[in-house]
Design a protein around this ligand. Structure first.
Ligand code: HDE
Length: 683
């Protein structure tokens, strides 16, 4: 049983998980029954060359367990990676919600966060164009609260009844199981053209948001409108935001595709390494709040999940910070078995009538029953709340709790009618008493019928390079669609959003350019552009191309300056081992040209050696030219300047060549912070 620990700074979830951890190293091999095993390489046979005997209990047990090792992967969000952390609110939110974990700034709440892609299978590449899941489990003292969000603030559909159709359309096609980890195919765009409420979300998916640089550099959104309820019973509509402290940054499409081959684990590696080196990912929690009385004040329906609340109209109030500070011990036990549910709420957080949310409330438990094999998945260590739980639920596959006593029903007198429901003052959850009155009908409110205004707003909010990326992405995706009819339908649909978008796309895929139309909206929301995000060199991987004989002290000055700003230099040379510079300074070689690739770095710094060998030159030129094509910052000093010269990149934006170490370092750090140099696009 979980021991109560009153010290608020002890992470109760970690303490609880500790009890289930086992370390096998240095131990004797046993069966699951605890019997020591004397031989693990030869099954028990009748004679040296004879058949294996049924009585070999060790063989039977080992093989049977192995045969049952796999569980069904998640029907969506199968490919995911998770980490532990903590959340702390900056100031009490008591005015808006009675949720205790949001009321006490001195309290740290343990969290577990799983990031995921949506379309691909469990083993698919991570940098594909896709929505990312961003699911957080808060282990609060009042029970588990799950914020099961995405990195895009809107969704494809408005009503959950369409979800199975949507997922069937986006997943690999059933007759040939293609494509994997991609939405660029006929059934997806056929669905889009025939379900035009998806327009807004598709634009986000075509934008740079769908190819994040890192899980550490993407926003998270609760998507739905939830309710905050305070102790007086007053309610506010609320939307949740996670804002990454490192800003929102993306890859470029060509790079993302190449990484999918070079390192399919790119995002998990990035997160895992950051946590291991103590560079803990941080996200601030923000809320947008609308008082209950103002539900109808806006030119969109606030319950429609295909709409966002523009931050300029409804500001995001930053209320706390989450820090991810520990990797899991075992991916299956924790990441795979964690079961999120948007219906896991605590007092002070409630639902709304958003029809997408309502349907999700059914789906999540249902899917866990299959995936985790029965109704006791809440007992799996990662899913257990850190507060005690008591009820009359009993039995089922894999039950672990040993409930004592005679009584397992309510009401009763044999156990003085316990476990007893709790009054509100005792923390009992009471659903918000919204008045609901209506006819039973299958229909959608007229207020949900504007599918294009916010899609136009999103488009209008993009800066020119971002617009170009959306045009390129849609041209790519539709270029993979075989049916000319589907392509044309999608082009016609997006003419409602913007002719500026749809004209080059139509031309690029050989479709008819639609009749000119006014965009559905002229509004814009600057907060939607990634160009307005935080820019910092912190956490950026700089690939340093270096060879023997480099100028020791000067290079050291530059590397120290980079590290002081949180950038991470990794050294690449012809061979693994180390490279020796002047001034008795040596550098470890982390990668050879064979194991490294420019797409795996945020920036390149080329130094070279005393003399650049032809092989080094050839490799380095290829390296920096590719980085250049991906708009990455490139720095060159010493013999590296000659290589940059030969690569033909000197003078372009984001290319820094220097001879004075401190001055070069300052300029290069600035270029690294800028992340990408789109100015090259127009050269
Ligand atoms: Fe999910 N979703 N979803 N979803 N979803 C699942 O639950 C579902 C939706 C989201 O890391 C499934 O355990 C329906 C929106 C995340 O474990 C399933 C609808 C948002 C994850 C399911 C939606 C999400 C899931 C599959 C439409 C953003 C991964 C496996 C009404 C707010 C959680 C599972 C993790 C997973 C159903 C739409 C986020 C089948 C029916 C909108 C991050 O239950």
């Amino acid at each position: 049983m979980v021991k109560e620990n009153l010290d608020p700074n002890v992470n109760k979830k970690q303490e609880q998980l500790e009890q289930f951890k086992v370390d096998d190293s240095g131990k004797k091999l046993t069966t699951n029954q605890g019997v020591k095993v004397s031989e693990d390489e030869f099954s028990l046979k009748a004679g040296m060359r004879g058949p294996t005997l049924m009585e070999d209990f060790h063989f039977r047990e080992k093989m049977t367990h192995f045969d049952h090792e796999r569980i069904p992967e998640r029907v969506v969000h199968a490919r995911g990676f998770a980490a532990h952390g903590e959340f702390q609110v900056y100031e009490s939110m008591k005015e808006f919600t009675m949720a205790k974990f949001l009321n006490d700034p001195s309290k740290k709440t343990p969290v577990f966060v799983r990031f995921s892609t949506v379309q691909g299978s469990k083993g698919s590449a991570e940098t594909v164009r896709d929505v990312r899941g961003f699911a957080t489990k808060f282990y609060t003292e009042e029970g588990n609260y799950d914020l099961v969000g995405n990195n895009i603030p809107v969704f494809f559909i408005q009503d959950a009844i369409k979800f199975p159709d949507f997922v069937h359309a986006v997943k690999p096609e059933p007759h040939n199981e293609m494509p994997q980890g991609a939405s660029a195919h006929d059934t997806f765009y056929d669905f889009i053209a025939n379900n035009q409420e998806s327009a807004h979300m598709v634009l986000w998916q075509m934008s740079d948001r769908a190819i994040p640089r890192s899980f550490r550099m993407m926003e998270g959104f609760g998507v739905h409108t939830f309710r905050f309820v305070n102790e007086q019973g007053r309610a506010h509509f609320v939307k949740f935001h996670w804002k990454p402290v490192l800003g929102v940054h993306s890859l470029v499409w060509d790079e993302a595709q190449k990484i999918a081959g070079k390192d399919p684990d790119f995002h998990r590696r990035d997160l895992h390494e950051a946590i291991e080196r103590g560079d803990f990912p941080e996200y601030e929690l923000g809320v947008q709040l609308i008082p209950e009385e103002e539900e109808f004040r806006f030119d969109f329906d606030i319950l429609d999940a295909t709409k966002l609340w523009p931050e300029e109209e409804i500001p995001v109030k930053i209320i706390g910070k989450m820090t991810l500070n520990r990797n899991v011990d075992n991916v299956f036990a924790e990441t795979e078995q964690v079961a999120f549910h948007p219906g896991h709420v605590v007092p002070g957080i409630d639902f709304t009538n958003d029809p997408l949310l309502q349907g999700r409330l059914f789906s999540y438990t249902d899917t866990q029953l299959l995936r985790l094999g029965g109704p006791n998945f809440h007992e799996i260590p990662i899913n257990r709340p850190v507060c005690p739980f008591h009820n009359n639920q009993r039995d089922g596959f894999g039950r672990q709790t040993i409930n004592r006593g005679q009584v397992s029903y309510h009401k009763n007198s044999l156990a003085q009618n316990t476990p007893a429901p709790a009054a509100v003052e005792e923390g009992g959850y009471v659903h918000y008493q919204e008045k609901v009155d209506g006819h039973k009908i299958r229909a959608r409110s007229d207020s949900f019928k504007d599918h294009f205004s916010q899609a136009s707003m999103f488009w209008n909010s993009m800066r020119p390079p971002e617009k170009q990326h959306i045009i390129d992405a849609l041209t790519f995706e539709l270029g993979k669609v075989k049916s000319p009819d589907v392509r044309q339908q999608v082009v016609d649909m997006f003419a409602n959003v913007s002719m500026e978008l749809v004209t080059p796309v139509a031309e690029g895929i050989g479709a008819r350019v639609p009749e000119p139309r006014e965009p559905a909206s002229k509004k814009s929301s600057p907060a939607l552009s990634q160009e307005n995000t935080i820019k910092t060199p912190k956490g950026r991987k700089v690939g340093v191309l270096v060879a023997d004989g480099f100028s020791g002290n000067e290079v050291k000055t530059i590397l120290d300056a980079l590290k002081a700003k949180g950038a991470i230099p990794e050294f690449i040379s012809e061979k693994l081992g180390s490279v020796r510079g002047t001034d008795n300074f040596a550098l470890p070689v982390h990668h050879s040209f064979l194991t490294a690739d420019s797409v795996l770095f945020d920036a390149i710094y080329v130094i070279g050696g005393a003399e650049n060998t032809p092989k080094f030159k050839k490799k380095a030129i290829y390296f920096i030219q590719e980085a250049f094509e991906h708009y990455k910052p490139i720095g060159a000093t010493h013999a590296g300047a000659e290589i940059a010269q030969q690569a033909g990149i000197i003078g372009a934006p984001g290319v820094v060549v220097g001879s004075e170490p401190a001055e070069f370092a300052g300029q290069f750090i600035q270029a690294v912070a800028a992340h990408r140099h789109w100015g090259r696009e127009v050269q």
